[in-house]
Design a binder for this molecule. Structure first.
Ligand code: SAM
Ligand code: TMP
Ligand code: ZN
Length: 412
């Protein structure tokens, strides 16, 4: 079924059907988490990575959608527990839920995109009834091995209906770095409507468009990140499906996120933070702001390439650190390959020994970094800078330097 504005202007908004104004085109890009076996000679999948904003409801979104089974499959390589800081973040989150949203008799929490159980294991240990919904079998098995109950499925309206029939309503539905991955947002809200208790809350956290624009973190744009939320766009989406945005909270993780709390319309008094933050967001949909963002991306691309070519001419050894999904956008937009960045170090077992998507830079475990003796390391996992720089202090102490590229290209 085609939506009203599916026309020559581009695809219709996935939330409201309004016209989407495209503001940046990264060209052909591979899947950001499709790490390749070096022996694999099959053709690589590419799609057009472009981002736009809805002129009706202000929701920023990708212009082309990748089929979910291509991205989220049994061998999905991202493990949430790979960062100590993130483990702590989710432990704190779980404790907060245990002391506020989950205090009634026999509370029930459902997490959408529970990955390796990083949040739910704390809930499980507290003896609270829970269910993770996670389509990728590999990470779901890791969660089960920690005592977490998981349904291996994509959350959507039909799955929510089955869960509520079998287990009753949920007092809390939670998702981190997952709702922005799901283009079929109508099915999500209908599922939440079916599953959520009358007074329950739907809480989710995702990268904030305000931070992406203000800090030039354009590499947050890749196949899996379909939506780029704001208070205004989430508030409008919630209202469309009979809900209300009742609280927002800024989070420092992943370079700047917002945590949204949504309740059934009219059930709770919205906190002042909702209107306060929304009032600062007019600029985020201005054409001038978006054009400025686009110019910033190209400036970073030019500066990164200039630096890497200069270092190569000087005979410096340059490596990368953190085989992030984000790095696929930078590497493939800039056309950076193993001639400029020889290897990327990453501690994730499922990534090690493979090649980065598109750029085909080899991924190796961080234990091999000292032997490689690099002069410079591009920090692709800039959102984990503090943790990684602390862990790899020896690199800096022996004269190595980190290259960061957001909000601008600089060396530390
Ligand atoms: N919540 C974890 C965190 O914040 O680290 C995992 C985030 S990971 C980037 C996104 C997760 O969402 C993946 O584990 C993916 O399999 C899952 N996912 C994607 N679509 C989903 C859906 N429709 N229902 C449930 N999980 C989904
Ligand atoms: P993320 O930015 O999507 O969370 O991905 C971070 C990547 O960086 C992930 O592949 C794991 C890797 N990483 C390390 O190799 N060492 C570390 O200390 C941390 C925090 C992350
Ligand atoms: Zn819209």
């Amino acid at each position: 079924m085609s939506l009203p504005h599916e026309s020559e202007e581009g695809r219709a908004c996935r939330v409201c059907g309004g016209p989407v104004h495209e503001f940046f085109d990264f060209g052909r890009q591979p899947l950001s988490d499709a790490f390749r076996d070096p022996r694999d000679t099959s053709p690589e999948y590419f799609f057009r990575l472009a981002v736009g904003i809805c002129e009706s409801c202000t929701m920023a979104q990708l212009v082309e959608e990748v089929d979910r089974d291509r991205m989220f499959h049994d061998a999905y390589p991202y493990h949430s527990s790979g960062s100590v800081y993130m483990r702590r973040h989710f432990e704190e989150t779980a404790h907060r839920f245990l002391t506020d949203a989950l205090t009634g008799p026999d509370p029930f929490v459902v997490e959408i995109g529970s990955n390796d159980g990083v949040m739910l294991k704390t809930v499980g240990k507290a003896g609270v009834r829970h269910l993770g919904v996670e389509p990728c079998r590999g990470v779901a098995e890791l969660a089960r091995s920690q005592g977490v109950r998981v349904r291996t499925d994509f959350f959507e309206a039909s799955v929510a209906a089955e869960i509520v029939a079998a287990e009753g309503p949920a007092d809390l539905i939670y998702a981190a770095n997952t709702i922005c991955h799901i283009p079929y947002i109508g099915s999500i809200f209908r599922g939440v409507d079916a599953l959520l208790a009358e007074d329950g809350v739907f809480v989710f956290e995702d990268p904030y468009l305000g931070d992406i624009i203000d800090r030039n973190t354009f590499d947050q744009i890749y196949d899996e990140h379909f939506f780029f939320f704001t208070v205004r766009s989430v508030g409008a989406a919630a209202a469309r499906f009979g809900f209300q945005l009742v609280d927002v909270e800024r989070l420092g993780v992943h370079g700047g996120e917002l945590r949204y709390t949504i309740a059934r319309a009219g059930r709770r008094e919205p906190s002042p933070a909702v209107a306060e933050l929304a009032a600062t967001e007019q600029r985020l949909s201005d054409r001038a702001t978006l054009a400025g963002f686009a110019a910033g991306v190209d400036r970073i691309r030019d500066d990164v390439l200039e630096l890497l070519h200069r270092l190569r001419a000087e005979g410096k050894r340059v490596v990368g650190y953190g085989a992030t999904a984000k790095s696929a956008t930078l590497l493939n937009y800039c056309g950076i390959g193993p001639d400029l960045v020889s290897v990327v170090f990453d501690a994730t077992p499922a990534k090690s020994g493979r090649l980065m998507p598109g750029s085909h830079i080899p991924v190796r475990p961080p234990e091999e970094m000292a032997d490689a003796d690099p002069d410079y390391a591009v920090l692709f996992a800039w959102n984990h800078a503090e943790e990684i720089m602390t862990k790899e202090r020896a690199f800096r102490d022996s004269g190595g330097r980190w290259i960061l590229y957001v909000p601008d290209v600089h060396i530390v």
